[in-house]
Design a protein around this ligand. Sequence first.
Ligand code: CP
Length: 309
Amino acid sequence: HRGLIAASALNRVDLELIFDSARAHLTRNRTEDKKHPSLKGLTVINLFFEASTRTLASFEIAAKRLGADVVNFSAGNASLKKGETLADTANTLAAMQPDLLVVRHQSPGAADFFQRTTGISTINAGDGANEHPTQALLDLFTLSEHLGDVGGKRIAIVGDILHSRVARSNVALLSLMNADIRLCGPASLLPADADRWGASVFHSVEAAIEGCDAVMVLRLQRERMSSGLIPSAREYAAIYGLDHARLSLANQDCIVMHPGPMNRGIEITSALADDKGVSVILDQVEAGVAVRMAVLELLAGRGMQEMMP
Ligand code: CP
């Protein structure tokens, strides 16, 4: 692969390569000897045209742990505000000879556009409601750490599926691994073609959760909704919010995931989000750094595999 634009472009061999490397990084990241300078001499530009806490911080930490030089570039200060086109922005940055780009943008196709315009390996850090491949990778990595092989495991994704790039990328990888995928949300927040995603579709959260091994909870993405579609927070919490009572319908060892940012008291109760017995939300964040280190190394041609004779 030249870049990582879509989870749907990955195969099982790619996942094995990424996860083997991520496991080694995860172990090293827990020690004081975190540096592994395989990207020494390379420059990574993180271009974020939308807000981010987890993705931006973890890409920056990942690239720095690998010894790369990192430039963070955010939309607020960009010359796009002065009328520069996205293509001129891309070509301007490419002329500075970076080796990898990480792009988050509100428009589907933006990361692909940067890669095609510049010819530089690009990682999609979220393009509108389309894809967020490294989120799906860190989610699948976390699922595998807790459940083992996810083949045949029942996994529900509950919430605003319509506007969720996280749901799209997760369904791509979970389908590849033959998981039993359930999508659940109000009809207005489910895509019209949800029945063709290779998942079962539910409107009742109780029915969706029954017998699950994992539940992924999603935030209502109000910033992507037209005003007519927005359910009230109180109504949504009452009908779809995940709490301990609803979770009791799942398998006994069911884990709870959330890509963040969370809206506590709406899609998930604080008591459940903070219940270390079931919530693996911070494990997802930790895995995010290791998985992104693996992806950066592999795309730079400096992964463990490439080092072998
Ligand atoms: N999960 C995720 O993408 O979080 P951020 O928007 O904080 O990066």
